[in-house]
Design a protein around this ligand. Structure first.
Ligand code: HPA
Length: 220
């Protein structure tokens, strides 16, 4: 699941055998097909936790999807990250209330499926793609007002900020599905370095390929 529906189209056309468009409701393109003989689908998820929560829930509840993988971008917080780095998000915190709403007002651990984390790390190593495994922060605000929060998150070891992972992991917990997010650092929130759109496309393609190799592993 990429955020952008045109990236869903790109993934289907670039990597699927016999891709078939199965939905374009609200222009949120979804395709199904096979990759190395395994049935795989790709659907955009839009921006933010409410949007990904709806699409992820419907995939699991109505289409019996068991494994959901987000491929997206993020803004790095830490000095030891660079644009183009790939993060395997094994857990996500958030300023959204969705996971507390699920958990009677308390914190629900928003975590990735371990077998998918392990597969992503192993497949990345086999393809010589360096990855960082760590925590991310899913923010409701892209244009956030200046705050001390980013300093605090960085000192607590959070690698990067994005807008959907905690919602995806909450949906997965709710329905017993497996979920993972792979994120390319597209911007650095400290240095203000950012990828050009051409660079975003190349690094997105490598990450999408990694995600598909993880999506087609056998369920543990
Ligand atoms: N904030 C939130 N989401 C993002 C960012 C960011 O800085 N960069 C890429 N996705």
């Amino acid at each position: 699941m990429p955020g952008d529906p045109l990236r869903a189209k790109f993934i289907a056309e670039r990597f699927f055998d016999e891709p078939r468009l199965v939905t374009s409701v609200r222009n949120m393109l979804g395709y199904t097909g096979t990759v190395r003989g395994r049935r795989v689908s790709v659907l955009g998820h839009g921006m933010g936790i409410p949007s990904i929560s709806i699409y992820a829930t419907e995939l699991v509840k109505f289409y019996n999807a068991r494994t959901l993988i987000r491929v997206g971008s993020c803004g790095a917080l830490r000095a030891d990250l660079r644009v183009r780095d790939v993060i395997v998000a094994h857990a996500a915190g958030t300023d959204s209330n969705v996971n507390r709403a699920r958990c009677l007002g308390f914190d629900l651990p928003a975590v990735a499926d371990f077998s998918l984390v392990r597969a992503a790390v192993d497949r990345a190593a086999a393809s010589d793609i360096p990855v960082r495994v760590g925590t991310v922060w899913s923010s409701d605000l892209f244009y956030a007002p200046p705050s001390a929060l980013f300093d605090r998150l960085e000192s607590l070891g959070v690698l990067a900020v994005e807008m959907e992972v905690a919602g995806l992991y909450g949906v997965a917990a709710e329905y017993g599905a497996r979920a993972l997010a792979l994120l390319t650092v597209s911007d650095h929130l400290r240095t203000e370095e950012s990828l050009s759109s051409a660079e975003r496309e190349t690094s997105f393609e490598a990450m999408a390929k990694l995600a598909l190799s993880v999506a087609t592993i056998d369920e543990a």
